[in-house]
Design a binder for this molecule. Structure first.
Ligand code: NAD
Ligand code: DAU
Length: 352
């Protein structure tokens, strides 16, 4: 049997696939369109592994997906494929609607078509796990309790609205067709292989190049940070023993302001790679124009996952961030390869 992982050349997808092979010999089909965010270098350690098959393609391509499902007798789909960057959705939403909503719809239909024709036992074991975000719950005030699975959806960006729409489709395919689905709403992930458009890798890259660490507005917005390996462990557990049709929140219990994130990062860099002039990287922190509609706070209540499936995050923010910084320091070539071409165009546009 085999699992199909979509968006497998992106940040979380590639970490999940690498993590999967450290635990299992079960085959993985990695399907990825290889947009600007997809990077085959993330999966290069699997080159030559007969249990891994990479296919470049779109989750909306129903013929392709159905053929893969049948050819490899797929027993589970894990759907990471998405446009994932909020700032890009503010400039232009089209790809977010196409992939996150229409793409999820097409993937659900391919899965349903395949699942309908499966023998009884295979049908019973099949799972469709959809990866979503804490952003669908909208912005919290400082005194609000963390979001739980029964909170209403209140998305505020076209990114989060497109993720919310996809979650509703997944729910409807369970309610209407009984397709055996899970939805996983996760907090901000960080760790190796994250594209340096997102806060943490962008700050690491800029710090090392002597550039400003751009903090939007006053830096007091709060995110809940989850080390990517802890997310992979949660997904494996949900696939194994989750309740069909359920939603699971995954968070790290690590609420931090963006300014605190940048400062902690600078402290770690000061220790691991001190500047020759003796100054702190903190001096590079620069407040810039705020993100339009910037959500004040996200926080995730992951107690359902903790109590029902006995999952808990293994990393604190400090231990996870240290591992992350070390990874980037040891993988300068990876960073050098991703910051060419399209990346430079994006940086000019976003940080003029
Ligand atoms: P990413 O942008 O790093 O990777 C997305 C991957 O999807 C890329 O490899 C891209 O090539 C691929 N892709 C895009 N459109 C595709 C299509 N139509 N068909 C096939 N592949 C396509 O994103 P990420 O940060 O790894 O996020 C993965 C998932 O997790 C997304 O669904 C995102 O919404 C969700 N999520 C991310 C975070 C986070 O902090 N990064 C937190 C919560 C949820
Ligand atoms: O919360 C889950 C979400 O986390 C995921 O659904 C998204 O796919 C993922 O991109 C992430 O969204 P954010 O917008 O929270 O991530 P980002 O790294 O872009 O920003 C984190 C915070 O840092 C946010 O409050 C905006 C701020 N920020 C970001 C950038 C890129 C800055 O202050 N400066 C920056 O240059």
């Amino acid at each position: 049997m085999t699992i199909l992982v979509t968006g497998a050349a992106g940040f979380i997808g590639s970490n999940f696939v690498l993590d999967w092979f450290s635990q299992s010999k079960e085959d993985v089909i990695s399907l990825d369109l290889l947009t600007y965010a997809g990077n085959l270098e993330n999966l290069s350690s699997l080159n030559g592994n007969p249990h891994h098959h990479f296919v470049q393609g779109n989750i909306s391509d129903r013929d392709l997906v159905l053929n893969l499902l049948k050819k490899y007798q797929v027993r589970a789909i894990v759907n990471f494929a998405a446009e994932s960057h909020v700032d890009r959705s503010i400039h232009e939403s089209k790809d977010f609607i196409e992939t996150n909503i229409v793409g999820t719809y097409n993937l659900l239909e391919s899965a349903r078509c395949y699942w309908n024709d499966l023998d009884k036992n295979l049908k019973q074991d099949f799972r469709f796990l959809h990866i979503s975000s804490d952003e669908v719950y909208g912005s919290l005030d400082l005194t609000d309790p963390p979001s739980n699975e029964s909170d209403p959806y209140k998305p505020n960006s076209s990114y989060s609205a497109s993720k919310a729409a996809s979650d509703h489709l997944v729910r409807a395919w369970f309610q209407t067709y009984k397709l055996p689905v899970f939805t996983v709403n996760s907090a901000n992930n960080y760790g190796p292989y994250q594209f340096p458009e997102k806060l943490i890798p962008l700050c690491i890259l800029n710090a090392l190049h002597g550039k400003p660490l751009p903090i939007y507005g006053n830096g007091q917005q709060i995110r809940d940070w989850l080390y990517v390996k802890d997310h992979s462990a949660a997904i494996r557990e949900i696939l194994k023993q989750g309740q069909i049709g359920e939603t699971y929140n995954v968070g790290g219990r690590n609420e931090k302001t963006n300014l605190a994130v940048a400062e902690t990062l600078c402290n770690i860099l000061d220790e691991l790679k001190p500047k020759s002039n003796g100054k702190s990287y903190r001096e590079q922190i620069t407040f810039v124009k705020d993100r339009p509609g910037h959500d004040r706070r996200y926080a995730i209540d992951a107690s359902k996952l903790e109590h029902e499936l006995n999952w808990s995050p293994q990393e604190t923010f400090e231990t996870g961030l240290r591992k992350t910084v070390l990874w980037y320091l040891e993988n300068v070539a990876w960073m050098d390869h991703v910051v060419t071409g399209e990346y430079q165009d994006w940086i000019q546009k976003q940080y003029p």
